[in-house]
Design a binder for this molecule. Structure first.
Ligand SMILES: NC(=O)C1=CN([C@@H]2O[C@H](COP(=O)(O)OP(=O)(O)OC[C@H]3O[C@@H](n4cnc5c(N)ncnc54)[C@H](O)[C@@H]3O)[C@@H](O)[C@H]2O)C=CC1
Ligand SMILES: O=C(O)C(=O)COP(=O)(O)O
Length: 520
């Protein structure tokens, strides 16, 4: 069977593949177009940064796995892989220490202006007074994204004597407390910390998370970026360091790599490195071997420990639960978007016929919308609990109205919110309860959920606002608590919801809340 390797990896990984009897082709100069030319007879791909688009999966009839020798998988279209039954796997642990050390290295280099001083001395200069170094030990650091890498960075900063805060919407408070870290909202973090360290993964949610407004709000001196470009606005950061509002920055990752015309490259107090975080010998061996092992497991039909998606071949292996994988993921995504607290626990209830089935894959799907890199096919509950989120799974045979029902309840210990879904007729997903409202909504595409006072004219008024913004309503489900009480409307829209449209809907005093959710 043929494995195509499109990025340089340590020889240990290549040797592993060859010793398993696989035919290994390496082509490190290849781009996505080149992949398309070669992919027809390829069974597995081992990659790092090569972009793997939907088109690749569409033209790869034999492909079973794309294995990433590294952590970030933002270069792979995972939903497309899942649609085509292709497993996506990464190497989640192999380079974390290397990347954490690099983060600390960058922090010191930027704070102490070491590269600038080095260049001065090499050029014959000797003017220590021209540098204005920062001291890390007295600082409070704020970590955005307290996952594996964020936690390794936190541990090292803690040992330098720094106080620590973090922003991470998918981590339980108790877990952070165990590490001596205070979890706060992003705005508070920006106002309270001296050093900002960004270790979140790049997702639709984190892209542009730290934009010009957030850079402006940041009251500290130092920013370090080592997870992915695109999370922090580069021109705004460059301006802030150039003008001295922020003393220094250390940047390993860029929105486009290699960076082209990137303003960060022109600012003296921004120390840059060429995505160097993982490039230690140990890390390179680790990730190459892990990625190769995943390929061998997949091609031998064994469980792939580091699989990140529920490939449709797995999900379809049991037609009784297949449809519920999507229902559960959607219900979980909607619950997370609507819930206003921090999720400390999650209850997954299976009722009706589904209670008799093996629901492991359905449970794993519940965690897909959480912003974690490791999506938990193997042991979803254990991984959630490692992140400080309690999981309660329950099953009951009886349901009032449905053959099967999956209900997801998220809670912060005080408030809770439930979303329930089922399959109708020909496996058609339906949402039947959202936060106490009984609805009959089809989850797909651009959705908007509004809560409003149950008064005449409100729905018409909202409809006119959609019209004004040229957004067509494809479907709508309405539910209410009681006459004159609160009502909920769930819209399917042909067009995406813009921030301006949201603002206008919210400006109607009869509307108590609107949430836009994109499902594909
Ligand atoms: N510079 C380099 O060479 C390296 C970079 N990386 C990057 O680091 C990233 C993180 O890796 P891990 O920590 O292993 O992944 P992880 O999945 O363990 O951690 C990511 C964390 O981000 C959090 N998160 C998700 N959405 C968020 C949001 N909206 N706001 C704040 N936090 C959010 C998650 O809850 C999670 O705790 C990888 O995705 C990869 O892109 C990893 C290794 C080397
Ligand atoms: O593992 C990751 O996500 C990294 O960013 C490091 O990987 P790379 O050096 O780009 O292969």
């Amino acid at each position: 069977m043929k494995v195509l390797v499109t990025d340089p990896i340590d020889d240990a990984g290549l040797a592993r593949l060859r010793s398993a009897g696989l035919d290994v082709e390496t082509d490190f100069d290849i781009d996505t177009a080149g992949v398309l030319e070669k992919i027809a007879d390829v069974d597995a791909m081992l990659i790092r940064g090569t972009e793997i688009t939907r088109e690749v999966f569409e033209n790869a009839p034999n492909l079973k796995i794309v294995s990433r020798a590294g952590i970030g998988v933002d270069n792979i279209d995972i939903p497309a892989a899942t649609d085509h039954g292709v497993i996506v796997a990464n190497a989640p642990r192999g380079n974390v220490y290397a990347a954490a050390e690099h983060t600390i290295g960058l922090a010191f280099n930027a704070a102490k202006q070491i590269p600038q001083a080095h260049m001065q001395v090499q050029a014959g200069g000797w003017d220590g007074a021209s540098f204005d170094a920062l001291e890390l030990g007295d600082m409070t650091a704020g970590i955005v994204g307290l996952g594996r890498l964020g936690q390794e960075v936190a541990w090292r900063l803690d040992n330098l004597g720094m106080d620590l805060l973090a922003y991470d919407p998918y981590l339980g408070e108790a877990r952070a407390r165990q590490m001596g870290i205070e979890l706060v909202e992003l705005d508070e973090l920006l106002e309270r910390v001296d050093m900002l360290s960004v270790q979140a993964r790049l997702t639709d949610e984190t892209r542009g998370l730290i934009g010009p407004e957030e850079i402006d709000r940041f009251a500290g001196d130092l920013i370090v970026l080592t997870s992915r470009g695109g999370i922090v606005d580069e021109p705004a950061l460059a301006d802030a360091v150039e003008s001295g509002e922020i003393a220094a920055a250390g940047v390993d990752v860029f929105s486009t790599e290699p960076p082209e015309d990137n303003p960060l490259l022109d600012v003296e107090n921004v120390v840059v490195t060429p995505h160097l975080g993982a490039k230690t010998h140990n890390a390179q061996v680790n990730v190459a071997v892990t990625a190769a092992d995943s390929i061998i497991s997949a091609l031998e039909g064994d469980l792939v420990q580091n699989a990140l998606n529920l490939s449709s071949t797995d999900a379809s292996s049991d037609p009784r639960t297949r449809g519920y994988v999507d229902v559960a993921e959607t219900a979980s995504k909607i619950a997370l978007r609507l819930f206003e607290g921090r999720v400390e626990s999650i209850e997954i209830e299976y009722a009706g016929d589904l209670a008799d089935e093996d629901t492991n894959l359905v449970t794993a799907a519940v965690f897909n919308p959480f912003g974690w890199q490791d999506v938990v096919v193997d042991a979803p509950t254990r991984i959630a609990e490692q992140r400080g989120i309690q999981v309660v799974e329950s099953k009951r045979r009886e349901t009032e109205d449905y053959q099967s029902l999956v209900s997801i309840t998220v809670s912060d210990g005080v408030r809770e919110l439930t979303v329930s879904g089922t399959l109708f007729g020909d496996n058609e997903p339906r949402l039947v309860e959202i936060d106490g409202f009984r609805v009959d909504a089809t989850p797909y595409g651009h959705m908007l959920i509004s809560r409003n006072r149950d008064e005449p004219g409100v729905i018409g008024a909202l409809g006119s606002v959609f019209g004004e913004y040229d957004v067509n309503i494809a479907g709508m489900a309405n539910a209410r608590e009681s006459i004159d009480g609160e009502a909920m409307s769930v819209y399917n829209l042909d067009d995406p919801v813009t921030p301006e449209l949201l603002e206008e809907l919210e400006s109607d005093t009869r509307v108590t809340g609107v949430t836009a959710i994109d499902l594909d």
